[in-house]
Design a protein around this ligand. Structure first.
Ligand code: PLP
Length: 475
């Protein structure tokens, strides 16, 4: 399997790379995102065989279709080590629970940081350790987080050989639970840096440090952001796992609803569907930051400025642009890299938007690719959390509530609807209290974490200070 950039075209011929080459890379050199040259197809016989596999076994089968530069026995060992009951809480890893008739929740949030990002990040940690050891190299991951991504990365990389994490976050702006999760880590290779500023300051610092190419090379700076293909590929697995749990034969179809921000999670659903998994619809659920809902309704993709990005009670979906969206548009345009480049590079940079409504390709988003969308507001979240608690005794988090609300608008008779549960309620306690008048359930093992000793360094919002801190801490 080779990987190409979404911006490759005849004027800009594709550089074909293997999996382990793109594993440690972010964007392709031409500014595009990596995708496999084609989507391997699954047939009925494969689905039947896969139906009986454990989650780790299923992960190995899916990953083997995309990775051919890691020996099979090693890849199998990595999958077995990653997807364990000990790390993810259940034997099923991603168990399906019925809510009302025809509607299911797929639990993806029982990993170490209680959000779905663990599903991919835990694998990434083991892949990084493996590949760095094989090359005899080291990597210093520099990131910015306002919550879920940073903690998932830290719990995936803690104690891993050859990797250090330098994670910046806006001082005092994460929830107390999220701060406790990250700052209580005592591993020597994990560095929490609280920045005297807001999230945008953290992101600007990461950009500034990464743009200093000499520094980047000398200190082997890398990232783990959501555009990494390996993360997306790992997420494909739970679409298969959800399908097998909701059906008894391969003749059945299901739909998925995905609480969405950067379009990483639902893009994995698009990949699964493109491989031949019988998915009827992929329902994109957004919050007040409705960049994606607007696109699927109108064909207009209009990125927001930071000033136009609203702070909501489902904060992990508060995005101004959807960083993985380019992958889907590349497929939608018949994999025309020149056209993709002109939309995402030229038009977005000059106008901040592009419009596909009049393009014949746009109709295929719904028709051929099964995409529909909807949006959920703060009041919808509260009502959905309350209703789900009162009628089913199930407490869901604010992001999952956005999913359940939008899923109900797209139910089709005879087609099970699976809502991906992207976090547990304890992470967003204030809104749960607002909805239910009682604090969220705290999973076992998280009692009193707010009182644990914290390991964090406070630095000014200044790239020089961060560079100096990294230079002093890479030994
Ligand atoms: C990251 C995240 C999302 C959004 O996922 P994308 O892949 O960015 O679309 C939704 N919910 C939660 C809880 C998250 O952490």
């Amino acid at each position: 399997m080779h990987y190409i950039s979404t911006r490759a075209s005849s004027g800009n011929p594709p550089e074909r790379k293997r999996f382990c080459e793109i594993l440690l890379e972010g964007l392709a050199p031409d500014g595009g995102l990596y995708l496999p040259e084609y989507y391997p197809q699954v047939d009925g016989a494969m689905l039947t065989k896969w139906r009986g596999l454990s989650y780790a076994g299923l992960a190995f089968e899916v990953l083997s279709l995309y990775i051919d530069d890691i020996p099979a026995a090693d890849l199998k060992a990595i999958c077995d080590k990653t997807y364990t009951e000990q790390v993810f809480g259940t034997k099923e890893i991603a168990p399906l629970r019925p809510l009302e008739s025809g509607l299911y929740l797929e639990a993806l949030s029982n990993g170490p940081t209680l959000a779905f990002k663990d599903m991919a990040m835990q694998l990434l940690g083991n892949l990084f350790e493996y590949e760095l050891a094989r090359r005899g190299e080291e990597l210093n991951i520099l990131g910015a987080t306002s919550g879920d991504t940073g903690s998932a990365a830290e719990y995936a990389m803690r104690g891993k050989k050859g990797v250090r994490v330098f994670m910046t976050s806006p001082n005092g702006r994460m929830s107390p639970f999220q701060q406790a999760q990250m700052f209580s880590l005592q591993d020597k290779n994990i560095h929490n840096i609280a920045i005297d500023g807001v999230f945008d300051d953290c992101q600007d610092i990461v950009k500034a440090v990464s743009n200093d190419l000499a520094f980047k090379r000398q200190y082997k700076i890398g990232t783990v952001n959501s555009i990494n293909w390996a993360r997306l590929m790992a997420q494909v697995v739970y679409y298969f796992a959800g399908y097998f749990q909701a059906t008894t034969s391969n003749a059945e179809k299901v739909s998925f609803t995905v609480p969405s921000g950067n379009f990483g999670n639902v893009c994995a659903g698009h990949v699964a569907r493109s491989m031949g998994l019988p998915i009827e619809q992929l329902v994109v659920a957004t919050n007040e930051n409705d960049v994606l809902d607007e696109f699927f309704r109108t064909g207009i993709y209009r990125v927001r400025t930071s000033a136009d990005t609203i702070e909501t009670s489902s904060p992990s979906m508060d995005i101004s642009k959807a960083s993985n969206f380019e992958r889907f548009v590349f497929d939608l345009l018949g994999r025309d890299g020149g056209k993709t480049r002109s939309l995402f590079h030229d038009q977005l940079n000059s106008q901040g938007s592009f419009e596909l409504g009049a393009d014949p390709a746009f109709a295929m988003a719904a028709g051929r690719y099964g995409f529909v969308s909807g949006k959920s507001l703060h009041a919808d979240r509260l009502a959905t959390i309350r209703d789900t608690w009162q009628r089913f005794g199930t407490m869901i988090d604010t992001h999952t509530a956005d999913g359940v609300k939008v899923a109900r608008e797209h139910l089709q008779p005879g087609v099970p609807m699976i809502v991906l549960e992207t976090a547990l309620p304890i992470k967003f306690a204030a809104t749960i209290e607002e909805a239910l008048g009682q604090p969220p359930v705290r999973p076992a093992g998280f009692e009193g974490i707010e009182a644990l000793p914290k390991r964090v360094t406070l630095l000014p919002a200044d790239a020089m200070a961060i560079k100096q801190y990294i230079a002093e801490n890479v030994h």
